[in-house]
Design a binder for this molecule. Structure first.
Ligand SMILES: NC(=O)c1ccc[n+]([C@@H]2O[C@H](COP(=O)([O-])OP(=O)(O)OC[C@H]3O[C@@H](n4cnc5c(N)ncnc54)[C@H](OP(=O)(O)O)[C@@H]3O)[C@@H](O)[C@H]2O)c1
Length: 248
């Protein structure tokens, strides 16, 4: 039996990048997966097609995590499609770096709305269904520990994710629901390519600071997420786990 056989998982922001790798790895480990997307229907459909072709089960579900009705709709889709929910991965995220002089209310709300409010809204909808033994995995970031310059708003969102993880691990622990954060260092994704990080000085400096000598790939994060979703991590709760090749 595979590690996630019989489980139903929602992965937000799974049309590309880290979320897509997590969705595919979950399905390969036996879970039925809701592949959420905000704007990239084509990307989500491709992830679902790959899963289905490999013999797995998945559905693509559109919706912004930052809008209450749509966040609720993502969870409703899991119940409608697969009858229950065991695992939630709050992966959807946006990152926009800039110095203190460049911070605007728009820059602030864009990132806090998705990375923090969106995480809370989807979690709120999910906890009505998560059973004893359920697992919530919040994708945070190593930035909350290394606080890189010119990232005040993004780093603040991920500091909030760390804090929420601690709070909810205590709040939901008595219901047998585990809540952990998985905090990657720099990972090569569509998002980090578009943001210009890959190949930049930041990329080179980060790679040089990683004891394992390279930046991350989405599969590195997905492998750790399978563990946190599975009963193998049943005694791990309220942890902020860096997945960064030893960078800290
Ligand atoms: N890559 C890194 O170096 C790195 C490092 C540490 C932490 N992280 C975190 O890991 C997560 C994924 O990052 P990534 O690099 O894989 O990003 P990415 O390649 O840019 O993909 C982002 C995903 O989030 C989705 N998304 C954006 N806004 C959304 C919304 N309002 N509602 C629902 N989904 C939304 C996107 O959906 P659409 O494409 O459909 O719009 C996409 O599927 C983020 O939380 C990020 O902060 C990334």
């Amino acid at each position: 039996m595979s590690k996630l056989t019989g489980k139903v998982a929602v992965v937000t922001g799974a049309s590309k990048g880290i979320g897509a790798a997590i969705a595919k790895s979950f399905a390969a480990a036996g879970a039925s997966v809701v592949v959420n997307y905000a704007s990239s229907k084509e990307g989500a459909d491709k992830v679902v097609a790959e899963i289905t072709k490999a013999g797995g089960k998945a559905v693509a579900v559109g919706g912004s995590v930052a809008k209450p009705a749509e966040a609720q709709g993502i969870i409703d889709a899991a119940i409608k499609s697969f009858g229950k929910l065991d695992v939630l991965v709050n992966n959807s995220g946006v990152y926009e770096f800039g110095p203190i002089e460049a911070i605007t209310p728009e820059h602030f709300h864009k990132q806090f709305d998705v990375n923090v409010l969106g995480l809370l809204l989807v979690t709120q909808a999910a906890v009505k269904h998560l059973p004893k033994g359920g697992s919530i995995i919040n994708i945070g970031s190593l930035v909350s520990r290394i606080t890189p310059p010119a990232s005040a708003v993004y780093t603040a969102t991920k500091g909030a994710v760390d804090a929420i993880t601690g709070v909810l691990s205590l709040e939901l622990g008595s219901r047998g629901i585990r809540v952990n954060a998985l905090n990657p260092g720099l990972v090569e994704t569509e998002g980090t390519h578009t943001a210009g990080f890959i190949g930049s000085d930041f990329d080179k400096q980060h790679a040089a600071s990683v004891p394992l000598g390279r930046i991350g790939q989405p599969q590195d994060i997905a492998d750790a997420a399978v563990f946190l979703a599975s009963d193998d991590s049943g005694w791990i709760n309220g942890q902020l786990i860096n997945a960064a090749g030893g960078a800290r």
